[in-house]
Design a protein around this ligand. Sequence first.
Ligand code: KG4
Ligand code: ZN
Length: 341
Amino acid sequence: MNILAIESSCDETAAAVVKDGRRILSNVVFSQIDIHKVYGGVVPEIASRCHVDKITALVKKAVADSGLSMSRIDAVAATSAPGLIGALLVGLNFAKGIAYANGLELIPVHHIRAHIAANYLVHPSLEPPFLAMVVSGGHSHIVSVNDYTDYKIVGMTRDDAAGEAFDKGARVLSLPYPGGVEMDRLSAGGDPKAVKFPRVSFKDSPFDFSFSGVKTAIINYVHTAQQRGQIINKADIAASYSDAVTDVLADKFYSAAACLGADRLVVAGGVCANSMLRHKLETRLPSGCRLFMPPLSLCGDNAAMVGAQAYYEYNAGFIADLDQNAAATANIELPLCKPKR
Ligand code: KG4
Ligand code: ZN
């Protein structure tokens, strides 16, 4: 089954064709980073307009690159939640237009489910059940994936997401947007033990995250140094900050795995591109467990991951009517439409 998939939940316009949920036939992404850079972050209204500008050409290219004609496309999928609402509506409505014009079925896809599904594209043996950690700009979740469309949240952030923590920390260090990747680069040359930043945990829910404390700590550290006229070592601060954030992510994920007896462990989302996190996940992996991560090219937002998840949503009957709406927030445990079969 060939699915044409669209992703437009934030600042990447993306289209892909994916075969049977596992094979990428084409995958094109337009990043709006240069457009938002001057504002120091994503401007939702500008993101929506930029999706409108780019989406037609990207979808045409995805179909052309797949080597298939439109008549060989079997269904169309789009991220319909969660994300920036105006941005989501562009991709979803474009998908509806394609579905209507070509008599195809429409598959709405949850963005966080899609991030997890990026792993299906590169790990042929990976099948649920497994334990996943999704770390992106808007979400930090530990989720039991019981089946392709059956999820149970084990822990999540109580405030900021891990990606937000990286982006805010980078801003305090006056690094350019998007901050996560810049923090990663800068950290490589710093001493992770130079500054002691807090690692927060909760007694009552040990697998929940909180990054607002570490964010406040870096703000206070930098401002205090500036007020005292001290020269700060940005690489040391970046490395120490990244050390704190990635310690929390790796340790909570692995203690959740131990507690639940999970031995197949999947990580996904933009922050999964972080080199310190990847290193800790690999070196701290409990014995007897297997770790699955996407390559860097599939950690950030893309439409191939949407096409992968869409295949399993389709198989479970989650096919939408053409009045399907988008939503800025959506619980990963709940389907985005009623099953048709
Ligand atoms: O999954 P994603 O592309 O979009 C969302 O669904 O949010 O994640 C974007 C987030 C941003 O916060 C970005 O700074 C962060 O992932 N990120 C990184 C790295 N690359 C991207 N954070 C830390 N280190 C990186 N190398
Ligand atoms: Zn994402």
